[in-house]
Design a protein around this ligand. Structure first.
Ligand code: MGD
Ligand code: MGD
Ligand code: SF4
Ligand code: MO
Length: 702
């Protein structure tokens, strides 16, 4: 067998690792890390290394389907497109443009987000378009906007090797973004880099920490304020120089006075001395890189957690130089692209906002539509879309590359909402998923290297995914399906593209002069390089490694904002009836709702079913032994799983993976989201997945 190797970009997490795909006779036979790639230099982690079976796995969709007499039945593309176009038109005629909504995943291409935006915001005239980024990094985006004035993550991965101290909060990077973890571990070994980890669980990541702050879930704002308190108290803040680059110093100082380590030790459960020790390490380090993730995002204080973390690097002059600043990791392969191409209901393409009249005018001019066609208020967040299905204000939902019937919180409420849709369209690569099972129409999408387009990684690196294999069956690229619907609905003048490259050329012009400037990027350049860090304004520009190196921020006075934020308790707190806190999260072996990884036996055999991690003390109080089946109950439902007794959990917390829905050999009642709450952070509208109060009983006693 002669294997031909082609390069591509990983489609799982948001790091943008370079991969080499081995092809034999046009079929994928192997996947390796790309040597010399600036992100992973040859490393490949568990998930992409086991990708080969996915392209032709059982359940791979080859053709569209329409539900007839209760059963999804294969049809040809013309029939499916006409059915959906007619259905959407009818609903818009009867109920107006805001009665339809579009929801996409975070692994779609920039070209797909752009076409979807143009379709909804310009052609239909509604802002009801959302992405799983709402569940993932919308709070990082709002955190940046409020602190530095723009959703523009400044740091890059090379900062890992330059840092004295890496502060990792609510990010189990050993599992979720292994290529960065490998670099952190290597930097620790080689340079003696110090690591602080903040996580209520003793995770694989916490095991390498010099200081592990094992806080009570949800208490990060109090912790960050206490760290700031010590920094002020012990003279680590050079107030004069901080004042030059950040406003709000005296208000912040006043607020954090009330967060003395002794008081905060009672809130967080961390010893006072440990809080002081962590603050001193921060104060003494010449360069500190901070990194955070869903332990921050999945909280009703998500944006405040971001702001108070930003306070720490601002107070210690840790920004905009090698090894220092905020390294904001993204979860899915194109979460940052989604934000920058306008994939949330309050955004417009090119880092613009729906509520900004100048931004709307710029887009209307570009698209050649009257500005009145564009709505001036944000559309619905995904949770508000489900509320709209319940109330009847939303009648049709089109889901592309997402699985909300398993991934959204409070599953029963979500599925009740989805079942009320007059028209539910799900565009996936597999059937069944929890969402395709509920669909009226299923569209079959081309997957990853079966199509061409671009991703933007956590360090603002835009990279190309080229079509290098023939697509499966009769599937079509996601952008092409949207264009076909638009054309069939009568918008044919604006949705004729010969290729995704044409779409990219149109998209990039709208980014000119913005912080996400792609003007200098061409597919040809990307084919010859390993990506370009944005902004990249001209074709001879090498890309931008770090932002704001002139220490000027895009705020009215050019300074960042130190924001005084009060700690608030999570929405639900434990009581006599529901005494434990449920944390949900990820495993090494599965990705999100497991639609891909659950179909790979080498991965699925490592983690086949749901489980519940419980501290030994709690287990003995409940008379539970390892392997017992327990039922975990919240105010929203009950879920069962086998117990794993493990001392990495605090006694009042339990952990369940998010991955196990009711397809792929796992029965009903195993999905953690049956328990979670759909309450959201006010500012980011991100749900509180990481904090639900629950009770536990042995399964046979219920
Ligand atoms: N193998 C694998 N990799 C993945 C994914 C996957 O499904 N599988 N998914 C990808 C996606 S979409 C994302 S968003 C990322 C997510 O990556 P991570 O955010 O790293 O993963 P999670 O397991 O969701 O949560 C991280 C940690 O937050 C901690 N935590 C819970 N509550 C709190 C709190 O109140 N404060 C703090 N400080 N910590 C808390 C949890 O104990 C957990 O260890 O992973 C990406 N990579
Ligand atoms: N309890 C709990 N729930 C959570 C989380 C948690 O930590 N705890 N994390 C949340 C987070 S951070 C995220 S990002 C979300 C993720 O939520 P989702 O994005 O809804 O979950 P995925 O499993 O990634 O779903 C992606 C879907 O797209 C399909 N797909 C893959 N590639 C393609 C393609 O090229 N084209 C098309 N059309 N389809 C494709 C897959 O088969 C799959 O069905 O989950 C959230 N849910
Ligand atoms: S770290 Fe993320 S981007 Fe890199 S190979 Fe692993 S899943 Fe892919
Ligand atoms: Mo995510």
């Amino acid at each position: 067998m002669t294997v031909q190797w082609k390069k591509t970009t990983c489609s799982y997490c948001g790091l943008g690792c370079g991969l080499m795909v081995g092809l034999d006779d046009g079929k994928v036979v192997d996947i390796k890390g790309m040597k010399g790639h600036p992100v992973n230099d040859g490393m490949v982690c568990t998930l992409p290394a086991n990708y080969v079976p996915i392209f032709e796995a059982e359940g791979r969709l080859s053709d569209p389907m329409i539900r007839r007499d209760g059963k999804l039945t294969q049809v040809n593309w013309d029939e499916a497109i006409n059915h959906v176009a007619g259905g959407l038109k009818g609903i818009i005629d009867r109920h107006g443009p805001n009665s339809i909504a579009l929801y996409m995943g975070g692994t779609c291409l920039n070209e797909e987000y752009y076409i979807a935006n143009k379709f909804m915001k310009a052609a239909i005239g509604t802002n009801n378009i959302e992405c799983t980024t709402r569940l993932c990094t919308s709070s990082s985006a709002m955190g940046f906007i409020s602190t530095i004035g723009a959703d523009a993550p400044p740091a890059c991965y090379d900062d890992v090797e330059e840092a004295d101290l890496i502060f990792i909060a609510g990010n189990n990077m050993a599992v979720s973004v292994p290529a960065i973890f490998a670099r952190v571990r290597a930097a620790k070994k080689k340079n003696g880099t110090k690591v602080i980890v903040v996580d209520p669980r003793k995770t694989e990541t916490a095991l390498i920490a010099d200081i592990h702050l094992q806080i009570q879930p949800g208490t990060d704002v109090a912790l960050n304020n206490a760290l700031a308190h010590v920094l002020f108290e012990e003279g680590y803040v050079d107030e004069e120089s901080v004042g030059k680059v950040a406003s709000g110093l005296s208000d912040l100082k006043k607020l954090v006075k009330r967060y003395a380590p002794l008081r905060v030790s009672q809130i967080t459960g961390c010893p006072e001395d440990q809080i002081r020790e962590a603050a001193r390490l921060i104060g003494r380090s010449k360069t500190m890189l901070v990194s955070w993730f869903q332990g921050y995002g999945h909280s009703t204080q998500s944006v405040f957690k971001n702001n108070t973390l930003h306070n720490l690097w601002l107070l210690t002059d840790n920004f905009c130089r090698p090894g220092a600043g905020p390294l904001s990791i993204t979860g899915e392969s194109n979460a940052l692209g989604n934000r920058w191409v306008g994939g949330l209901s309050h955004l417009l393409p090119g880092m613009r906002m729906v509520i900004n009249s100048q931004h709307r005018q710029e887009l209307a001019d570009y698209w050649g539509i009257p500005v009145e066609k564009m709505q001036s208020t944000p559309g619905r967040s995904i949770i508000e879309m489900i509320e709209g299905l319940h109330s009847g204000d939303v009648r049709a939902l089109w889901i592309i590359s997402a699985n909300p019937a398993a991934s959204l919180p409070d599953t029963k409420w979500v599925r009740d909402g989805l079942s009320k849709a007059e028209l539910l369209i799900v565009q996936d690569i597999f059937h069944p998923t929890e969402s395709t099972m509920m669909a009226d129409v299923v569209f079959a999408g081309a997957h990853w290297i079966e199509k061409t387009g671009t991703f933007i990684s956590s360090e603002r690196r835009i990279e190309l995914v080229d079509q290098i294999v023939e697509s499966y069956g009769n599937v079509k690229p996601d952008y092409d399906i949207i264009c076909r619907i638009a054309n069939a609905m009568g918008f044919e003048n604006d949705f004729q593209y010969a290729s995704s490259e044409e779409v990219f050329e149109e998209l990039k012009k709208i980014t000119k002069g913005r912080l996400c400037d792609m003007s200098g990027v061409t597919y040809e350049r990307l084919r010859n390089k390993v990506g370009l860090q944005l902004p990249c304004p001209t074709e001879d520009h090498p890309g931008t490694e770090r932002l704001f190196t002139d220490r000027q921020f895009p705020r009215p006075d050019g300074r960042a904002a130190l924001l005084p934020r009060e700690y608030k308790k999570p929405c639900e707190i434990p009581d006599k009836e529901y005494p434990y806190i449920l944390i949900t999260g990820r495993l090494q072996w599965h990705f999100n709702t497991r639609t891909r990884t659950g179909r790979v036996s080498s991965l699925d055999s490592k983690a086949r079913d749901n489980f519940v991690e419980i501290n030994p003390v709690t287990a003995s109080q409940l008379d539970i032994v390892d392997g017992d089946e327990v039922e975990v109950t919240s105010r929203r439902g009950s879920v069962s799983g086998a117990v794993r007794i493990i001392d990495s959990m605090l006694p009042n917390t339990i952990f369940m993976p998010m991955h196990f829905g009711n397809t792929l050999n796992v029965g009903d009642g195993r999905l953690a989201n049956l328990l979670t709450n759909h309450v959201c952070d006010l500012h980011s509208k991100q749900p509180e997945y990481k904090y639900s109060v629950v009770k536990i009983s042995k399964a046979d006693q219920t």
